[in-house]
Design a protein. Structure first.
Length: 111
């Protein structure tokens, strides 16, 4: 998995490509934590290049969402989620916890 981050005017854009599994999820969690530790809580997570996500990756996303939403500071929105990953998230009941967008540009525009 490869993770790139961009600090934009109103939010941070995190783009992941490849597989998010138990080996790579800690790297993703550290990326999100670094953004939150810097006092930024509006995150767009571009998942258009993600092929697979394990429970460890989903846990990192949920932990980040909780941190971002605490005290109404912001939220993490998802962009470019493939139908396969969307179905997996629906299966575990995560759909109501996130806002989904077709592409990152649309998601960034909401902040």
């Amino acid at each position: 998995m490869e993770v790139t981050t961009s600090q934009l005017k109103r939010c941070d854009l995190v783009k992941a490509t490849g597989r998010i599994d138990s080996n790579t999820a800690p790297q993703l969690a550290d990326t999100f934590k670094a953004i939150n530790d810097a006092g930024r809580f509006k995150i767009v997570f571009d998942m258009s290049g993600v092929e697979f996500i394990s429970s460890a990756g989903l846990r990192a996303m949920i932990d980040t969402q909780k941190t971002c939403k605490r005290w109404n500071r912001g939220q993490m929105v998802l962009a470019g989620v493939s139908p396969r990953i969307h179905d997996a998230m629906e299966l575990v009941g995560f759909i109501p916890l996130f806002v989904f967008f077709d592409d990152a540009a649309e998601a960034v525009g909401t902040f």
